[in-house]
Design a protein around this ligand. Structure first.
Ligand SMILES: [Zn+2]
Length: 311
């Protein structure tokens, strides 16, 4: 099956032609999420046309468009339900009508993290399992679940996509979601500069001399023995592991995938999460397989075919 796919990120949209487990062509459209989605739809449609025609495939040969959106979506009605400071005009858009009129194709929309897990199950590190959880460590923290081969969606389409907003510290830091002490508020790329600056001894630490406070820099400073970096790193690993154990307890997976930009430092992250999941999760049937996600930014695009097939 051939399909068109859009993965909408904060600063760009990846627009692709996909054939089963392969991305055949991809065009990237730079976007500013603060300016909304509606005005960008014509350039997204044009990029999809270019991706298909560039490899000699008519758009009409595609089964549909799978659209990954960074927010809460009603995948039955094809509507965005709620955004978090990105593309805030999206709930007012009729995306299926836009797709029908501009490309002549049916559209299915899904939360981008759910779509990425579908992709990993179709073509990546979760192949062969029906029960998987994916945790994404990056600017925010994602946590999505598939149970018995079905994406967990729930009554209001928010089941299983708010894993990053499980609470790691009920007296903790304020989160963008309105909560307090969420995994994301306690250990994500957006939270990291605050975490470092508030750490005792920060001013005298190697971290204070870095231009940017990101996880690669934190892991570098920790590996060189900087005590403040070690303390912040170990707290973040503990927060991620607590989130992972909570997701295992909530959703009963066989496989826990860990992805996202922080996994550029996988050697510092994955064994620590795996060890704590194996030590602390109550799984009398055996051990959850903790794996690195395999597809990176391609995962959501590769979820297109299973989404259009009705996953
Ligand atoms: Zn939160």
């Amino acid at each position: 099956m051939k399909a068109l796919a859009v993965d909408l990120g904060g600063s760009h949209a990846a627009c692709a032609l996909v054939a089963d487990r392969e991305i055949v062509a991809v065009e990237t459209v730079p976007l500013e999420s603060a300016r909304g989605l509606g005005g960008a739809l014509p350039s997204i449609a044009a990029a999809l046309e270019r991706a298909a025609s560039g490899v000699g495939v008519p758009v009409t040969a595609c089964a549909g468009l799978a659209f990954g959106f960074c927010g809460l979506v009603d995948s039955d009605a094809g509507r965005v339900l709620s955004t978090n400071a990105k593309y805030d005009d999206a709930p007012g858009l009729d995306l299926p009508a836009w797709c029908r009129e501009s490309l002549g194709l049916p559209l299915r929309i899904e939360n981008d993290a759910r779509l990425a897990l579908l992709g990993e199950r179709h073509a990546g590190a979760a192949r062969g399992t029906d029960d998987a959880v994916m945790m994404t460590l990056g600017t925010g923290i994602g946590g999505v679940a598939m149970i018995g081969g079905r994406l967990l969606r729930g009554r209001h389409f928010q089941a299983g996509v708010l894993g990053g907003h499980l609470v790691a510290d009920f007296e903790g830091r304020p989160c963008t979601c309105g909560g307090v002490g969420c995994v994301e508020a306690e250990a994500s790329t957006w939270a990291l500069p605050g975490l470092c600056r508030e750490a005792p001894g920060f001013a005298a630490s190697a971290l204070a001399r870095r231009e940017r406070l990101d996880f690669e820099g934190l892991f570098d400073c920790a590996a060189e023995g900087d005590a403040v970096a070690v303390a912040v790193r170990d707290r973040c690993l503990g927060v991620w592991a607590a989130g992972a154990v909570a997701m295992v307890h909530a959703w009963d997976p066989e496989v826990l995938l860990v992805g996202g930009g922080v996994m550029r430092s996988a050697a510092a992250v994955l064994p620590a999460i795996e060890a704590r999941v194996h030590r602390h999760a109550w799984t009398p049937w055996g051990k959850v397989s903790v794996r690195a996600a395999a597809l990176g930014e391609r995962a959501a695009l590769l979820g297109a075919v299973p989404l259009l097939q009705g996953a």
